[in-house]
Design a protein around this ligand. Sequence first.
Ligand code: CAA
Length: 286
Amino acid sequence: MEVSDIKKVGVVGCGIMGGGIAEVAAAANYDVIIAEASQDLLDKGMRAIEASLALSVRRGKITDDVKTAALGRIRGTLDLKYFGDCELVIEAVTENLELKKKLFRELDGICRPDAILATNTSCLSIIDMAAQTSRTEQVLGLHFFNPVPAMKLLEIVKTIATGDETLRVARAFGESLGKAVVVAPDIPGFIVNRLLMPFFLEAIRLVESGQATREDIDRAVMLGLNHPMGPLKLADFVGLDTACFIAEAMYDEMKDDRFAPPVLLKKMVAAGRHGRKSKKGFYDYG
Ligand code: CAA
């Protein structure tokens, strides 16, 4: 398969990541079908895609015509049976390995034999998902970053079974979306989260020990390292529940203390302080 053969992209999950992926694919002229588990979630996700495209129009990034055309290329569904003619499917469902393995089994039965199946997981083992299919060489990770339309990077995650042709087509697909591509290994955290998680966790340990304030930590990183957000603000943005889940998954796999979530993070998650989405994390967003 060549990237020019990709006409229809399937996206499973219409949350922040799935919706963002659908949006950038449609804006790059691919036909997109996006699946959700319920009509409510699908409607909510489609409204978010429309709002994000409208924001891009207001910011002068795209014209109103491009927005209308992109929306016209995205079709929502509750049924994966419509994914049969997709050349590429990207799943972006909840970070649950058993759920993802089941989904890959299902997609393998539905999708055309030459279709590439990808996961947007940020930390789970991709070969475990690929092993559920009869096409391990056509399975890989396409790890996008939030907010998908704004972030330049796409991590392409190559398992020990991913074929060279799949990798080549995935790279060309990422570039066709305007993303810069890096190839990462199928190890816990790939490249970005391998570096980001110890950074987050060390910042949280500094707060936990009372040695520095959250404001000083974030200011230090923003002004001293030129990051757009400090680690605590960014952890709130990613979601403290998500960050804790990723760290725990990496710790479980590697038994390396650098990835062990600090007690403070676990307590904040237990208290429902999930960051920006719950309006409370290291900062208040009320
Ligand atoms: N959709 C589209 N474009 C957006 C956007 C959105 N939701 N939000 C911001 N942008 C664009 C703007 O159009 C603007 O583009 P230009 O510079 O070309 O004009 C640019 O991003 C900056 O936007 P603003 O000035 O309005 O806002 P800002 O300066 O506050 O930036 C931000 C917002 C882009 C989120 C910035 O703060 C940032 O980059 N933060 C870090 C985000 C990050 O690190 N994300 C990765 C998280 S890790 C992850 O996702 C993976 C994982 O597995 C955990």
